[in-house]
Ligand binder design. Structure first.
Ligand SMILES: NC(=O)c1ccc[n+]([C@@H]2O[C@H](COP(=O)([O-])OP(=O)(O)OC[C@H]3O[C@@H](n4cnc5c(N)ncnc54)[C@H](O)[C@@H]3O)[C@@H](O)[C@H]2O)c1
Ligand SMILES: C[N+](C)(C)CCCC=O
Length: 513
C-alpha cells in the first residue's frame, strides 16, 4: 500500500534538497562508479547527453563505457564478491539496513534528482524512494533468512542443500523508475551474496550514482556495486562478458528478446521485466468511485510511463457513460506543470522523441475511428522556463475497438482506452487476447466473480478493487511476452542464487565394480 509516512520525516540533508529547483541543476561529477568511487571511464567513444524533461535543457554529458571499462567494472565486482560472499547473511543484512537508513536520510535529495532527470512529479518520486529503501530493508531480512534443507537418507547418511550466490550479476534498467529499479535489483542480489554491475538507461544516468555512494558509505566492499553508463552497445558488452553470471533486465520486449539471445550463448540465467498492455475490467456492480480512482491510478502515474498500467479499460455497458463522464472530468483536472512543485501531479514525458511517439499513437487512433474524449495534445505551462518541456495533456479515448493500434500496442504515455463489454466470459477472452501478460485488474462487489476473473487472467500481477500498488513483500513480474522471473517477495532469492545439493555418506561405499 502507498503510505504518506514517508512525507512526514525531516531528513538531515534537507538543505541540499531544497537547493534544487527546475531549470538550475547541472551535473559536474563523473557518472561511472567503480572500486568504491566515482570516475570517468577508461575508454568509450560515443558521447551521450541527458536532459531535464521539464525544460529540455542538457543536464549531463557522459561517455558510454567501452570494453575496457566494462571489463574493469566486472573485475572489480569479482574481487569484491570474494569478500562479500563469505559473509553471513546477517552481516550482509546489517549493511543493507544501513544503506536503507541512509536512503531515508537523503530521500528529498534523491527524489529531487529523480524528478529533475525523469520528469515525474516530486510527489511520486518520493513514493519511489520510499519503495526503494523498503526494498533494501526487506532484502536485509531475506539475507538473514537464507538457508538450505536437511534430508535424511538410508543408513544414517544424509544430504543438505546450500543456497549459494551466483557471482557477478548485471542489472540493466529502464528510464521510468531509475532509482527504484536499481534498488529492486541490487537489494536482493547483494542480500544473496552477489556483486553487481549496473547500467541505467542513458536517458536517466544520474540517481543510481547516489545509490552507489550510499552502498559505499554503508560498508559494502569497494567494487561490490559498480555503475557503467551507455546504451545498447555497453549493455551488450555486459551481457556477453564471460565473467557475468546473471543478467537482470528491465525494459522493452524487443530488447528483452536480444538479452535472451545473448544470455543463451553463455547459458546464463536472466530475469526479464518487460512491457505490458494490461486489462482493467470494471463490472457494473463495482463501487464506481473506487473504479474511477483505480483507472486514474492505473493510467496516469509517471505520465503513463508505467509498465503495469491498466491501459485497456473494459467497462460493462450499463455503467459506460457514467464511468466515462467521471474519468474524463477527473482527467481534465490533473495538475500538469513544474514537477518539483508539491501540488503538481503530472510532469513532462521523458524526451521529445517519446512525446512525438505518444502523440503519433493518438493521431493514428483518430484515423482508426476513436473519439478523443479529452487531452492528447501538446501542453505549454504558463511558467516561461517550462516552454521547451515535453508536456502533453492526459488523454482518454472512447469508441475504441480491440483491433485498434492504441488498444493493441504499449503506448507508454498518459493515454487510457475505454472499451465496452457485456459479459464476463466475453471480457475475459478479450482481456487475454494480447501478447503481454504483466498485470490485470478487476472491480466488482461480487467476491466470487472477482476471484474467478483474476484466476482466468493471463497476467503475473493482479489487483482486485484497486490498481498499481507495489509493496515490496509481493513478487512482481510477468507472464507471456512481459517476461519471466520475479522481483521482490520471498521468491526473489530463487533468481539471485543457486542451489547446491551435498550428499554425505555415513557408511562404506558400495561399488558395483
Ligand atoms: N516489467 C517491468 O518491471 C518494467 C518496469 C519498467 C519498464 N518496463 C518496460 O520498459 C520499457 C521502457 O523502457 P526503455 O525504453 O528504457 O526500454 P529499452 O528496452 O529501450 O531499454 C532498457 C535498457 O536496455 C538497454 N539496452 C538497449 N538495447 C540493449 C541491448 N541490445 N543490449 C543490452 N542492453 C540494451 C538500454 O540502454 C536501457 O538501459 C517499456 O516497455 C516498459 O513497459 C518494464
Ligand atoms: C510501483 N509500480 C507502480 C507498481 C510500478 C512498478 C514499475 C513499473 O514500471
Amino acid at each position: 500500500m502507498l503510505s504518506n509516512a514517508f512525507l512526514r520525516r525531516t531528513p538531515a540533508r534537507i538543505a541540499a534538497a531544497m537547493s534544487f529547483s527546475t531549470g538550475t541543476f547541472s551535473n559536474s561529477q563523473p557518472l561511472n562508479f567503480r572500486g568504491g568511487a566515482r570516475l570517468q571511464p577508461v575508454d568509450g567513444t560515443q558521447k551521450e547527453e541527458a536532459f531535464e524533461p521539464a525544460t529540455g535543457r542538457v543536464i549531463a554529458t557522459f561517455t558510454c563505457s567501452g570494453a575496457k571499462e566494462v571489463d574493469l567494472a566486472i573485475q572489480n565486482a569479482k574481487q569484491a564478491f570474494k569478500i562479500w560472499s563469505q559473509k553471513s547473511g546477517s552481516e550482509r543484512g546489517r549493511v543493507l539496513l544501513e544503506a536503507a537508513r541512509i536512503i531515508r536520510e537523503r530521500e528529498n535529495e534523491i527524489a529531487a534528482l529523480e524528478t529533475i532527470n525523469n520528469g515525474k512529479s516530486i510527489f511520486e518520486a518520493k513514493i519511489d524512494v520510499y519503495t526503494s529503501w523498503q526494498c533494501l530493508e526487506y532484502s536485509a531480512g531475506l539475507a538473514g533468512n537464507l538457508s538450505g534443507q536437511h534430508v535424511q537418507l538410508p543408513g544414517g547418511s544424509f544430504a543438505y542443500t546450500r543456497r549459494e550466490p551466483l557471482g557477478v550479476c548485471v542489472g540493466i534498467g529502464a528510464w521510468n523508475y531509475p532509482f527504484q529499479i536499481a534498488c529492486w535489483k541490487s537489494g536482493p542480489a547483494l542480500a544473496c551474496g552477489n556483486a553487481m554491475v549496473f547500467k541505467p538507461s542513458p536517458f536517466t544516468p544520474l540517481s543510481v550514482l547516489l545509490l552507489a555512494e550510499i552502498f559505499a558509505e554503508a560498508g559494502v566492499p569497494p567494487g561490490l556495486f559498480n555503475v557503467v553508463q551507455g546504451g545498447a552497445s555497453t549493455g551488450e558488452l555486459l551481457c556477453k562478458h564471460p565473467d557475468v553470471a546473471k543478467v537482470s533486465f528491465t525494459g522493452s520486449v524487443p530488447t528483452g528478446s536480444k538479452i535472451m539471445e545473448m544470455a543463451a550463448h553463455g547459458i546464463k540465467p536472466i530475469t526479464l521485466e518487460l512491457g505490458g498492455k494490461s486489462p482493467l475490467i470494471i463490472f457494473s456492480d463495482c463501487v464506481l468511485e473506487n473504479a474511477v480512482k483505480g483507472a486514474m491510478m492505473g493510467n496516469f502515474l509517471t505520465q503513463g510511463e508505467v509498465c503495469c498500467n491498466g491501459t485497456r479499460v473494459f467497462v460493462q455497458r450499463e455503467i459506460l457513460d457514467k464511468f466515462t463522464e467521471e474519468v474524463v472530468k477527473r482527467t481534465k483536472k490533473i495538475k500538469i506543470g513544474d514537477p518539483l512543485l508539491e501540488d503538481t501531479r503530472m510532469g513532462p514525458l521523458i524526451n521529445g522523441p517519446h512525446l512525438q511517439k505518444v502523440l503519433g499513437f493518438i493521431k493514428k487512433a483518430k484515423e482508426e475511428g476513436v473519439k478523443v474524449l479529452c487531452g492528447g495534445e501538446l501542453y505549454t505551462p504558463d511558467d516561461p522556463k517550462l516552454k521547451d518541456g515535453y508536456f502533453m495533456t492526459p488523454c482518454v479515448l472512447g469508441n475504441c475497438r480491440d483491433d485498434m493500434t492504441c488498444v493493441k500496442e504499449e503506448i507508454f504515455g498518459p493515454v487510457m482506452s475505454i472499451l465496452p463489454f457485456d459479459t464476463e466470459e466475453e471480457v475475459l477472452e478479450r482481456a487475454n487476447n494480447t501478447i503481454y501478460g504483466l498485470a490485470g485488474g478487476v472491480f466488482t462487489r461480487d467476491i466470487q466473480r472477482a476471484h474467478r476473473v483474476v484466476a482466468g487472467l493471463q497476467a503475473g500481477v493482479c489487483f482486485i478493487n484497486n490498481y498499481n500498488m507495489g509493496p515490496v513483500e509481493l513478487p512482481f513480474g510477468g507472464y507471456k511476452k512481459s517476461g519471466f522471473g520475479r522481483e521482490n517477495g520471498q521468491v526473489v532469492v530463487e533468481y539471485y542464487s543457486q542451489l547446491k545439493t551435498v550428499c554425505v555418506e555415513m557408511g562404506d561405499v558400495e561399488s558395483v565394480f
